[in-house]
Design a protein around this ligand. Structure first.
Ligand SMILES: Cc1cc2nc3c(=O)[nH]c(=O)nc-3n(C[C@H](O)[C@H](O)[C@H](O)COP(=O)(O)OP(=O)(O)OC[C@H]3O[C@@H](n4cnc5c(N)ncnc54)[C@H](O)[C@@H]3O)c2cc1C
Length: 604
């Protein structure tokens, strides 16, 4: 029987991924009564099947390890990544607060650690070869109490148990051995994105946060121009005294929204079915503005492994970070031509959107992964260990001509492309697209590691599909408050915030890594969410109901007045800060300067 939820609380959080759970923990630390409503049967959303990495510039863990970073370097790096398209105010808010959010969650109980991963854009000013990407250590599901079996898990042991994204990734026999050992000895271990979600659930549970699965929020309730609560698909109405935080992810699994916002025919979702843009729809029904990142580079190529969902639809696997950077592979279009450096997914993305005005087509979609038997002998394919047999659903042929005929590719073009590619490989340089020479590629895979000839029969081919993180989200201010449509000086849609993938990130066209950072933000969620934040800010103590100076809206604002702000500030000092043993201080807008507590000495 479905549980009746009619009730009132301080904060309703829509969605239990990273952004939603982090928000709930922050709210609980503030002493707020927070209710998390999750549509799916399990917790975690896209976060649970992700790699779980966070990007935090100038963080204290890096400094403690002797690393050198600065806010200037972080800013220079993000500006490069943003390529003129980012919102300075949101970027500044993110840069300033992510390090505090990291400290907050660390103090709350997550033992974050540095990952050896490097900045994606090694060629950018301010880029570092390590120190900004963080991860959580594996956690035992037994620590989750009632939520033991309540976390969504990705297919295959590597992501679930850890190790898939270390150097060598799934091509490393050592990682596979470690995963097999873990599966045998520690079957309850959760790592990567599932690990991150597990840590967050543990913290939320310990703080008494009420989390309900199977509760899809259907619409927002409004009164006098402000959001007052939500109505669920079951018909329950929940009043939110302080606000509603939309943390329902993107819309990657909603074919209609994908068609409207993405120019990528053949799209397959790599996200769970529940990630369908509900928050976007609910908020726009009330006039919220949508922002689209026109040159989203968080686009990959991939394919479905039908064995991962017998009788159903498997999630699209990211080939762009697995098979494509490995040697003895190329990607070709229907003309049999390569079109990008396959080892650097950010270089592939713009080529997929290319448009031939005469032929009236995107010449590089569809496209195919071509590989040979030498690839099979040494590398992992489709989530199988290196050297495993290639499954029957992958086309193969004894010659390239025969393979081209099977796949419907121009045979002459393919033969010519492979001839040219093999000659370049022999010389150690891909003259056409510089494969392996990008700073990212070079650091992770030396050119020699990504270049290998395609010459040993049989030859294999599989159609690749674009799969991406959604480009559109709700427009929000630096406090993550959703803005109304049509205003030149956008005003917040009162009582509602957006976080995580649901928001529109920082406005960075190339935001894959930056998006990771928001994971850490208790209230901000993912990069997309940064714009939608606003209600509860964790690092500097949360400026709950804080009003951004550019968005003052007068008395109709849901943000609390002076007295209420003082209550929240007092709560912060008395509970959250002391409990976390952090000097997390509230920064309360509207307070006189003298009332404001000084920041930590080590605050950047
Ligand atoms: C393979 C892979 C690897 C990735 N690796 C990384 C990485 O290393 N670092 C990184 O930063 N990003 C990574 N990403 C992207 C990352 O997963 C997302 O950006 C992130 O998970 C978004 O977090 P979120 O909390 O906003 O949304 P989600 O984690 O997707 O959570 C949204 C939740 O809301 C729920 N929901 C939806 N609609 C409703 C509704 N109507 N009512 C109630 N609940 C609802 C969903 O079921 C879901 O549980 C990766 C993605 C993939 C697929």
């Amino acid at each position: 029987m479905t549980q009746q939820l009619h009730r009132a609380c301080d904060v309703v959080v829509v969605g239990a991924g990273c952004a939603g759970l982090a928000t709930a923990i922050a709210a609980a630390e503030l002493g707020l009564d927070c209710l998390v409503l999750e549509k799916a049967a399990k917790l975690g959303g896209g976060t649970a099947i992700s790699s779980g990495y966070l990007w935090v510039g100038a963080n204290h863990l890096h400094a403690a390890a002797g690393g050198v970073d600065s806010l200037e370097a972080v800013t220079a790096y993000l500006r490069y990544v943003g390529a003129g398209g980012l919102d300075e105010a949101r970027m500044a808010a993110f840069i300033a607060e992510a390090p505090y959010a990291l400290r907050f969650f660390e103090a709350a109980g997550i033992p974050f650690r540095l990952s050896p991963r490097i900045d994606h854009y090694g060629m950018a000013p301010g880029a570092l070869a390590g120190g900004r990407i963080l991860e959580t250590p594996p956690i035992e599901a037994s620590a989750l109490g009632a939520h033991y079996d309540n976390i969504l898990l990705p297919a295959g042991p590597l992501f679930r148990l850890g190790g898939a994204t270390g150097k060598g990734g799934a091509n490393s026999p050592a990682f596979w051995q470690a995963a097999r050992d873990a599966e045998r000895d520690r079957p309850g271990q959760r790592a990567s994105g599932a690990g991150l979600v597990s840590w967050l659930v543990k913290l939320a549970d310990a703080r008494g946060v009420e989390i309900h699965t199977g509760q899809a929020v259907k619409r927002l309730t409004m009164q006098d121009g402000r959001v007052t609560g939500v109505v669920t698909a079951n018909g329950d109405t929940i009043a939110a005294r302080r606000g509603v935080v939309i943390a329902s992810g993107g819309y990657e699994s909603n074919a209609e929204l994908v068609r409207r916002f993405e120019a990528l025919p053949g799209w397959q979702s790599m996200f769970p079915k529940s990630i369908s843009g509900d928050g976007l729809v609910m908020a726009t029904e009330h006039g919220a503005a949508v922002h689209v990142i026109g040159n989203n580079l968080s686009v990959f190529l991939g394919f479905r492994n039908p064995e991962e969902a017998p009788g159903g639809t498997a999630l699209c696997r990211l080939s762009g970070t697995q098979e494509l950077p490995s040697p003895h592979t190329i990607v070709v279009n229907r003309h049999g031509r390569r079109f990008a450096d396959e080892s650097f997914f950010q270089a592939v993305a713009p080529a997929l959107r290319e448009f031939d005005v005469v032929a009236r087509e995107q010449p590089n979609l569809p496209c195919w992964l071509i590989f040979d038997q030498r690839y099979v002998a040494q590398n992992s394919f489709g989530g199988r260990p290196p050297g495993a047999e290639i499954p029957p659903w992958v086309d193969r042929a004894p010659t390239l001509d025969a393979l081209a005929a099977r796949l419907g590719i121009a045979a002459e073009g393919l033969a010519d492309t492979v001839r040219r590619f093999n000659a370049d490989v022999g010389d150690g340089t891909d003259r056409q697209f510089g494969r392996g020479q990008s700073a990212w590629g070079l650091n992770r895979y030396a050119p020699s590691a990504t270049l290998g000839p395609i010459e040993e029969a049989p030859f294999y081919g599989i159609c690749l599909h674009p799969t991406a993180l959604s480009s559109a989200g709700l427009l929000a201010d630096p406090r993550a408050r959703a803005a109304c449509q049509g205003a030149s000086d956008p005003r917040p849609l009162c009582g509602r915030q957006c976080r995580g993938a649901h928001g529109n990130r920082l406005g960075l066209p190339n935001w894959f890594l930056p998006r990771v950072r928001p994971h850490i933000r208790p209230c901000r969620g993912t990069p997309a969410g940064r714009r939608r934040h606003g209600v509860i800010r964790v690092p500097c103590g949360v400026r709950p109901f804080h009003r951004h100076r550019n968005y003052r809206t007068g008395g109709s604002s849901p943000h609390c007045g002076g007295a209420a702000r003082r209550v929240i500030r007092d709560r912060l000092f008395s509970s959250s800060c002391r409990r976390s043993k952090l000097d997390i201080r509230p920064e309360v807008e509207g307070c006189a300067e003298s009332e404001r507590p000084a920041r930590n000495g080590d605050e950047p």
